[in-house]
Design a protein around this ligand. Structure first.
Ligand code: ZN
Length: 204
């Protein structure tokens, strides 16, 4: 999941998004690092984003290295969450970091409880360049899963943290924010995605 750098319509060009980030005080180096990181993030149209993931079964060095790489990519891309399918791995693994907190790695997450209390907020996604849509989600969730060592962890989250967890868990089921948007916003988002696709000439 990406933070909303602006409140503009979904059809804004990628360059425009960067302009906004520049105005927000990002250096040329940070923008360059972001572009480089995004090149490693699977984009809309890639079938891996639509596939169901399999659970993590082996908690070894390889998994820890993968999680570390995902955290680096997330940070460099200025995202606040990243799921394994976004880096081409069809496994149930996600990372996130909200604010200044330490990053969290979560494997095989399951929602144990979600509140009836829900809230609508704008979301972006590192796999859907230039798309911002309103998504309605429960405000509070309790999630159980495994940490990177295979230990069971339980997370109680509210607000933005609950939102990012649910966004990344959607990725593990092949669900994207456009699936949760209103009909009008989805139509607008798909138009922006197709425009970006035709400009680049392929579905990156
Ligand atoms: Zn996403």
């Amino acid at each position: 999941m990406s933070e909303s750098p602006h409140d503009g319509p979904a059809s804004e060009a990628h360059a425009r998004e960067e302009e906004t980030l520049e105005q927000a005080g990002l250096s040329a180096d940070e923008l360059k690092a972001r572009r480089k990181a995004l090149a490693h993030v699977r984009q809309w149209g890639d079938p891996v984003l639509r596939s169901e993931t399999r659970p993590v079964e082996i908690f070894d060095e390889e998994l820890r290295a993968e999680a570390t790489r995902m955290i680096e990519l997330m940070d460099e891309a200025l995202g606040i969450g990243l799921a394994a399918p976004q880096v081409g791995k069809s496994v149930s693994l996600l990372v996130y970091r909200v604010g200044d907190a330490r990053p969290i790695v979560l494997a095989n997450p399951e929602i144990e409880y979600s509140s009836d209390d829900a809230e609508t907020a704008q979301e972006g996604c590192l796999s859907l360049a230039n798309v911002q849509v309103d998504v309605d989600r429960p405000v509070h969730v309790r999630v159980v899963g495994k940490d990177v060592t295979g230990e069971t962890i339980k997370i109680e989250a509210s607000g933005l943290e609950a939102r990012v967890i649910q966004h990344e868990m959607d990725h593990l089921d092949g669900v994207l924010i456009i699936d949760r948007a209103s009909k009008d916003q989805r139509r607008e988002a798909l138009r922006a995605l197709r425009e970006a696709e035709s400009r680049s000439g392929y579905a990156a």
